[in-house]
Design a protein around this ligand. Structure first.
Ligand SMILES: Cc1cc2nc3c(=O)[nH]c(=O)nc-3n(C[C@H](O)[C@H](O)[C@H](O)COP(=O)(O)OP(=O)(O)OC[C@H]3O[C@@H](n4cnc5c(N)ncnc54)[C@H](O)[C@@H]3O)c2cc1C
Length: 334
């Protein structure tokens, strides 16, 4: 089960060529336990890997990479309004969303085409086009690496925030998500109130969930590079939140600044800040800022994780200098 010296370039969407000292693909709980025992016996650090679409490998990983590949879906019709679906952690997220839509469980359509696995989706409370996973997640199960016990978490236990959860900020690496349960609507209430989606569906009289799903896929395909064609890790920075005073001050100078109200002030569009600073399309060797989406850093070929991070740090320093705003990197760095 355990392989040695495995190249991870096909296991991360930035296509960074780092090596795992040890690598195990796990398909059930007992294989997870065997892999953890192996790591414990050798006192190795562990990296949990799903689809590799939200991490940056800055060097070879001297430890055990556990590739989560648990599969399976359980469908439970609750009543005429709701259905509960439990998916194992290694299920592909986009295929899961599509399957739910086809079988008449609605709500996740706005999250179509987000790369990665079901098990990683709660780690940063994935979100897009006005919906976050927390809106439909009822509970999840996770193996606690400290106690060795499987624990159930309710939605509120997970402490979801903007691209954040208990598993990302408070206890990184402690819990291995095994399965996630969603409560979905049998009668769709479509979330269409997002500019690009509204526009894409403007000609459709009474949009169905399938229309919404297709529109999300089309909008995303037109805006974001496909990692299989141009390696990337999606949005590289979180949208920063600033105080109202800070925002008003910036707005005097930058009248076209894109921002949204937030409980803690105003949320600025990180992509706008980077674009306005002239970084869009910038390329340095094999690493660059995408020429249509300033929030996305890309690997044109043989970029290393260190080179990607170095560019990210130059962008952070520039944005800090121009706008006095700290940009936080969204993917996890290893
Ligand atoms: C083109 C593109 C578009 C994207 N668009 C969006 C978007 O619209 N919205 C959004 O929110 N995100 C987006 N992302 C980010 C990414 O797809 C999500 O964060 C996704 O949930 C990551 O899943 P993964 O399986 O690839 O996780 P990985 O990258 O493999 O892992 C991410 C983190 O989760 C941990 N992890 C993985 N599996 C488990 C598990 N079972 N238990 C515990 N920890 C685990 C890892 O150790 C790592 O720290 C995008 C990425 C790309 C490349």
């Amino acid at each position: 089960m355990i392989q040695e010296n495995v190249d991870l370039s096909t296991f991360n969407t930035l296509a960074i060529s780092a090596k795992a000292q040890y690598f195990a693909e796990v398909k059930n709980q007992s294989q997870i336990q065997q892999a953890l025992n192996f790591a414990n016996d050798k006192s190795l650090p562990v990296l949990l890997l799903g689809g590799g679409s939200n991490l940056i490998l800055t060097q070879d990983f001297k430890g055990l990479v556990i590739h989560i590949a648990l599969q399976g879906l359980e469908w439970n019709e609750l009543d005429s309004d709701w259905v509960e679906v439990t998916a194992q952690a290694g299920e592909n997220w986009h295929q899961f969303v599509e399957q739910c839509m086809h079988r008449g469980g609605h709500g996740l359509e706005n999250l179509a085409l987000i790369p990665g696995t079901v098990g990683a989706a709660p780690i940063q409370n994935i979100g897009a086009y006005g919906v976050e996973i927390k809106d439909y997640l009822i509970s999840l199960t996770a193996l606690d690496r400290e106690t060795g016990q499987v624990r159930a978490f309710s939605c509120s236990d997970c402490q979801f925030g903007y691209r954040d959860s208990l598993f990302k900020s408070q206890f990184p690496d402690r819990y291995i998500v095994l399965s996630v349960t969603f409560r979905l609507r049998r009668r769709a209430e479509l979330q269409l109130g997002y500019g690009a989606l509204e526009q894409a569906l403007s000609e459709v009289e009474s949009p169905t969930p399938k229309d919404l799903f297709n529109a999300v896929v089309a909008v995303r395909q037109s805006k974001l590079p496909d990692p299989l064609k141009l390696a990337n890790a999606g949005s590289f920075f979180k949208n920063p939140v600033v105080t109202q005073d800070h925002f008003q001050h910036l707005k005097l100078k930058y009248q076209d600044m894109v921002a949204y109200p937030d409980p803690n002030g105003m949320k600025l569009a990180a992509g706008w800040l980077i674009d306005r600073s002239g970084w869009k399309g910038h390329r340095q060797g094999d690493v660059g800022v995408h020429d249509r989406q300033a929030l996305v850093l890309v690997n044109y070929g043989r970029a290393t994780g260190e080179e990607v991070l170095a560019l990210a740090q130059r962008i952070q320093a520039d944005i800090k200098k121009r706008f006095q705003v700290a940009l936080e990197i969204e993917p996890r760095c290893y």
